[in-house]
Design a protein around this ligand. Sequence first.
Ligand SMILES: [Zn+2]
Ligand SMILES: [Zn+2]
Length: 665
Amino acid sequence: MSELLKIRLPDGSVREMPRGSTPADIAAAIGPGLAKAALAARVDGEVRDIMRPLERDADVSLITGRDEADALELVRHDYAHVLAEAVQSLWPDTQITFGPATDDGFYYDFAPGERGPFTEDDLPLIEEKMREIIAADKTLRREEWTRDQLIDWFEQHGERFKAEWAAELPENEPLTVYHSGGDWLDMCRGPHLASTGKLDPQAFKLTRVSGAYWRGDQKNAMLSRIYGTGWLNKKQLDTYLVRLEEAAKRDHRKLGREMDLFHLQEEAHGSVFWHPNGYLIWRQLEAYMRRRLDAAGYVEVKTPQVMDARQWEKSGHWGKYRENMFVIPDEVPNTQDEGPLVSDAAEWMALKPMNCPAHVLIFKQGITSYRDLPLRMAEFGCCHRNEPHGALHGIMRVRQFTQDDAHIFVREDQLVDEVRAFCDLLDSVYKDLGFERYAIKLALRPDERFGTEAMWDQAERELREAVAAAGRATEEFGWEELPGEGAFYAPKLEFHLTDAIGRTWQVGTIQSDRVLPERLDASYVGEDGERHRPVMLHRAIIGTFERFIGILIEHHAGRLPLWLSPVQAVVATIVSDADDYANEVLAKLRAAGLRADADLRNEKINYKVREHSVAKVPHMLVVGKREAEEGTIALRTLGEQQQKVLSVAEAIAFLQGEATPPDLR
Ligand SMILES: [Zn+2]
Ligand SMILES: [Zn+2]
């Protein structure tokens, strides 16, 4: 065996290094700059500690702060360890459990000792201790232990949770612990930075605490979870904190209250109570989408809310998707006090979690000819999915939702064109709705899937081709492929919107499915007189009305475009002598098709302006004695300092222009 290892670097060059060299040695051999900047290394694709010796020839690339995604994941994981060490050094009877990196930071779950659960008041003290640990620049050293060693160590140190976990690990595989200096260790797969001093002590912040069940199961002990956000440097942290503050101001739950749009309550977990103002936004959006679909050659249908379990079995949902479905007994419930509500003999039905099977059932009525394709079948379909209570979030993550769903049945030869046309339609809808930027991603076959390899090869190729034909498989559109993230029946294109504060939201999708037409035996008669399978494109542009309205509210910070605003204008009086005139102006606005109200209360005008600003009313038409005499109004637009005096006719023409939906301009 040669004593030298052949290390291939990303530029293709090969370096010979003594056996047992570490990525840190390679970095040092390349130059002192890299030696300082390198945080970890990718060794044959796997991220590894910079101090971990190499056992064999390998492709090695060094990870620095410039490889942001990898670097962030590493530092966040390190912050989580430092957090756990800090907490145990402050309260030694605390037990540790687990603490992963998250999208913006990290958390760690603790079983607190005598002191009881942590509170936000504890965070500054813990942060201070974390900074001490970082300043001490403790080496993070990886060590392989056997399972029994782990169990013994944790049991001796009173770590009941870790010992329980270790006992379930495989017996004969080497397991790893990471030491922090000589004082502390945690069982962990790694990788980690070389030492705590690699972290920037000013680039993290502990943000909040919450309860969390051990192993996520409510039958288990309640743990105390501490969350933090962690970054590579202070500038990144500051940018993030500003964005967080901005996001809090825009929170759709807060604005939903202030604008009186909707509410949620425990009696209907995850289902929205739309108030008149909120439902006005919905109706505008739905009318807009319907016009766009009509113009694009879709037909609209309405299908049952509840279907028999046997139907869901045929479509495959009963097997693969049942945990997300609400099932209902097809039986008159027992109304007596004794006995179970539902008998053992009940047949089951389920609320639809998606509209697809019902659309295939419509497609199968009668005989479809190749000339009838593509058939674009749309439904603003109301669906239910059984999400755990903890996963729900305002109107963004709900259990009852309405999709802008459609299924396009196509012949093989029409597929690419149809997907391309969809890309164009979606592009135009997003621009109309005020989103300039979005990214397109192709989610490829998952591990668990229906269908043959050849089918997946073809389906993935076609979607790729369609996006390229639409001219959007480019960097500008953030084009990328996501291995393993497709649906179990089809690959999918995902469309991710970027909002005004830089957050991204996946809303649109199109999936090319050959599985469901097969399972449900859908066919058409081809030019050759034979039966053929259509391909089914599942597609949505805005996703669901609930979530999309939430995104719209946050994107526009409540200041919706006029055509979507529930109340477009309020006529407000300065003095009560102007009441009659205000009513006259209001009648004219309404006759012109504008959604307007009047505020004739005996309140100061500044008070009225403040109140309607909070409710995000876009325009106020202020009238007093002088306006009544001259037949004018003073127009105050939300967010503008100056008011403009206009004749009533001018004001109406201006408002009508702005209130016209973009597709009708
Ligand atoms: Zn770790
Ligand atoms: Zn579908």
